[in-house]
Design a protein around this ligand. Structure first.
Ligand code: ISE
Length: 335
C-alpha cells in the first residue's frame, strides 16, 4: 500500500520534501511532520489531510501510521533520530551529512550492522542527477581510459547566517566527497585546503572561497572550488580529465536569449531548483525500494566514508596542512 512517511525537520529541505511526497512522486504520503518549532510543524501539518505535528522524532516514530522516516533536520540532530529509527527497524532516507563527524557516523554504522540488515539510505542526491549519471556511465564504460583528475566547482549565491567555515566542508564539499568516491569507485586518502584572500562579501569568520584538494587510493587528484557567496546564482560543475578524453557537466543549457545587444541565459538561484529532478528521482527510488522491502542508493558506509573525509577536511582547513583520512576497513556487510 501507500507508504506513510514522517518528515523530521521542516526547514527549507524538509518542507521541499513534504511538497515532493505530496505532489510530485507516487506511492507515499506524509502522515507526520516533526519540528522543534511547534508552530511551524502545526502550520505545515494543517495543510495535509491525516497529518499530525510532533516536536520529538521519537513520538512520530512511535505513531501507528508511520512506516518510514525522512530525516531533514540539521546534521547534529541526525544521530539520535537514526538510532531511534534503527531501534524500531524503520526505513530511513537521511539528508546529508549522515552525521557531522566520523565517530558518530561509526556508531550509526555499528547499530545498523547489529540490526542485521540495511535500513538507511543517505541523501547524496547528485547520484540521481541525469548529467552526473551520464558522467559515471562514461567513466565506467572505459573508452576514455582512466580518470586522472576531477575538477569540481560548487558555488552558492549566499549561505544562511548560521553557516560556518566547517559547514563549508561538512555540508557543502561533502557532496563532492561523495560524487568523487562514487564516480571513481575508490576512497579518498588525503585532504588539503587552500585559501585565497577572501572575498569582501565573505561573512566575519568565514574564509570564502576555498580550494579543497583530494588525493585518492589510485593516485587521482581532485580539486573543489567551494564558494559560499558568489552572489550571482547556484552553480555546480564538474570535469573529468581522462587518459583519452575529458567530460564536462553542469554547463548552463538554454534558452540562450539575444536582446539589447547582449546574449545570455539564466543561472539557477538555488540547489532546490538546480537539483529538483535529482531530488525527485532520489525520493521516488527510496519509496519504490522501501515498498519492495529493499534498501538501495548511498549507504551508511558512504555516509561514514564521507564523514571521515570531512573530518580530515576540517583539520586541513583549520591547520593549513595536508591531512590523511583515517577510516575503518569496509565491512563485508556493506560490500
Ligand atoms: C546545502 O546544504 C546543500 O546540501 C547543497 O546541495 C549544497 O550545494 C550547499 O552548498 C549546501 O549549503
Amino acid at each position: 500500500g501507500t507508504l506513510s512517511v514522517a518528515v523530521v525537520g521542516t526547514g527549507k529541505m524538509g518542507a521541499d520534501h513534504v511538497r515532493r511526497i505530496q505532489r510530485v512522486i507516487s506511492g507515499a504520503r506524509v502522515t507526520a511532520v516533526v519540528d522543534l518549532d511547534e508552530e511551524r510543524a502545526e502550520a505545515l501539518a494543517a495543510t495535509m489531510d491525516g497529518c499530525r505535528a510532533y516536536t520529538e522524532p521519537v513520538a512520530a516514530m512511535a505513531a501507528p501510521d508511520v512506516d518510514a522516516v525522512l530525516i531533514a533536520s540539521p546534521g547534529p540532530a541526525h544521530e539520535a533520530a537514526l538510532l531511534e529509527a534503527l531501534d524500531r527497524d524503520l526505513p530511513v532516507l537521511c539528508e546529508k551529512p549522515l552525521t557531522p563527524d566520523a565517530a558518530s557516523a561509526l556508531r550509526v554504522l555499528e547499530a545498523e550492522r547489529r540490526l542485521g540488515h540495511r535500513r538507511i539510505q543517505v541523501g547524496f542526491m547528485r547520484r540521481y542527477d541525469a548529467e552526473y549519471a551520464e558522467l559515471k556511465r562514461l567513466l565506467d564504460g572505459g573508452e576514455l581510459g582512466r580518470a586522472l583528475m576531477l575538477h569540481h566547482r560548487h558555488r552558492n549565491p549566499s549561505m544562511p547566517p548560521w553557516f560556518t567555515n566547517e559547514m563549508l566542508i561538512n555540508d557543502s564539499v561533502v557532496h563532492e566527497m561523495d560524487v568523487t568516491r562514487w564516480l571513481l569507485g575508490e576512497e579518498i586518502t588525503a585532504v588539503t585546503v587552500l585559501k585565497p584572500a577572501p572575498s569582501t562579501y565573505a561573512p566575519e569568520g568565514m574564509d570564502d572561497p576555498q580550494l579543497v584538494l583530494f588525493e585518492t587510493e589510485s593516485g587521482a587528484l581532485v580539486d573543489v572550488e567551494i564558494f559560499g557567496h558568489c552572489g550571482y546564482g547556484y552553480q555546480v560543475r564538474a570535469e573529468a580529465v581522462c587518459e583519452r578524453g575529458t567530460v564536462r557537466i553542469g554547463d548552463e543549457g538554454g534558452p540562450r536569449v539575444s536582446a539589447d545587444g547582449r546574449w545570455g541565459g539564466r543561472v539557477t538561484p538555488d540547489y532546490l531548483e538546480r537539483f529538483a529532478d535529482a531530488y525527485d528521482r532520489q525520493v521516488q527510488a527510496w519509496v519504490d525500494a522501501t515498498r519492495r522491502g529493499e534498501v538501495t542508493g548511498p549507504s551508511v558506509w558512504d555516509g561514514y566514508a564521507a564523514a571521515a573525509v570531512c573530518e580530515a577536511g576540517v583539520s586541513a582547513q583549520r591547520e593549513g596542512r595536508r591531512v590523511e583520512v583515517e577510516m575503518i576497513e569496509r565491512p563485508a556487510f556493506y560490500a
